[in-house]
Design a protein around this ligand. Structure first.
Ligand code: PRT
Ligand code: ZN
Length: 300
């Protein structure tokens, strides 16, 4: 009989910017999920894997405390939690497994357009509003800046208008929010994207094997995202040049063509997108019958 302890638990954001991508990624690893009635839980129907749907800020804590085995969360939240734990003499009991290539943003300093800024020394004796107090304080300390941090749990961008701060330190992706609030970006403290973290608590052999299998599938899903399978015909003499033109490919397969001593078929997996320019260059190098196909699954 399978107990809930034997099922792998993954903490993902309940509702927000990471929710759809996180679930989509896991579904592309072959996981079939059903959401519970209270919508706090997703049950894995075809694998002993369940999702706990929580606020993103709780994810590093849940993984560190071994309530969940894995978590998908922004690096900004992970690093803030790591520093918070450090400040009370504790270590984060999770390790970052790999970056997931979505949820890209940066934690940046910004100021109203009218504020003079001549480098980070301008921050001395100022007030800076942020939800990322630990990351901001680390930045200030490492640059020997004396400034007051003002905690805002949300809507940080309105702090200067309210007269609560001179500068803000907040997440930026397109920059539209800053622009709409008459502000400009000054310095980047952290480049962030969604990452998967794993608890440091030892797992049973069966559970660890399942986690490894899931992570291997995740890696495969991430690798195929940009990958293409390319097929073409070419004269043997052009092979060296053609190989050099194939973007991010390992050794291609070269197959003789029936009835021809000189021409061969070349098949290769390219780990980057194949653009029209590349195809035109391949054609100019002597290739013909070019075909580019999407790659659906890959297992290294
Ligand atoms: O309820 P819960 O606590 O789970 O959600 P939340 O409101 O804390 O988080 P959410 O859903 O807004 O963001 C989750 C994660 O998405 C963040 O921790 C980041 O890792 C990542 N992410 C990526 C972003 C952004 N891009 C982003 N642009 N998080 C927030 N923003 C906000 C930013 O705070 C600012 O208000 O969007 C605004 C700026 O966006 P631009 O495009 O105008 O520059
Ligand atoms: Zn949050």
């Amino acid at each position: 009989m399978e107990t809930s302890e034997q099922r792998v638990k993954i903490a993902v954001q309940k509702t927000g910017r990471l929710t759809e991508h996180s679930q989509d990624l896991l579904e592309r690893c072959g996981l079939k999920l059903t959401r519970s009635k209270d919508r706090l839980f997703c049950y894995g129907e075809n694998m002993p894997v369940d999702l706990l749907l929580v606020r993103d800020d709780d994810i590093p804590g849940l993984v560190s405390d071994d309530v969940c085995d894995l978590g998908i969360v922004g690096l900004n939240v992970v690093e803030e939690k790591r520093l918070e734990l450090q400040s009370v003499g504790r270590n984060a009991e999770f390790r970052q497994v790999f970056a997931l290539d979505f949820g890209h943003c940066r934690l940046s300093l910004a100021a109203p357009d009218s504020t003079k800024y001549q480098g980070i020394q301008s921050l001395n004796n100022s007030k800076i509003a942020t939800s990322y107090v630990y990351l901001l304080n680390r930045f200030l300390k490492s640059n020997s800046i004396q400034a007051e941090t003002v905690f805002f749990s949300g809507a940080v961008e309105i702090a200067p208008k309210l007269g609560k701060a001179d500068f803000i330190c907040d997440l930026v992706s397109t920059g539209a929010t800053l622009e709409a609030n008459g502000m400009r970006e000054l310095d980047v403290l952290l480049e962030s994207e969604a990452v998967i973290i794993q608890t440091r608590a030892p797992l049973s052999n069966a559970k660890q094997a399942l986690v490894d299998r899931l992570l291997q599938r995740l890696d495969g899903v991430l690798q195929v995202r940009e990958s293409k399978y390319i097929m073409l015909h070419a004269p043997r003499s052009a092979l060296a040049e053609i190989r050099s033109l194939l973007p991010g490919s390992e050794s291609p397969t070269v197959i003789p063509l029936e009835g021809s001593t000189d021409r061969v078929a070349v098949h290769a997996v390219c780990r980057e997108n194949v653009f029209w320019e590349t195809l035109e260059n391949l054609k100019a190098a002597g290739a013909s019958s070019l075909l580019v196909l999407p790659v659906e699954k890959m297992l290294a």
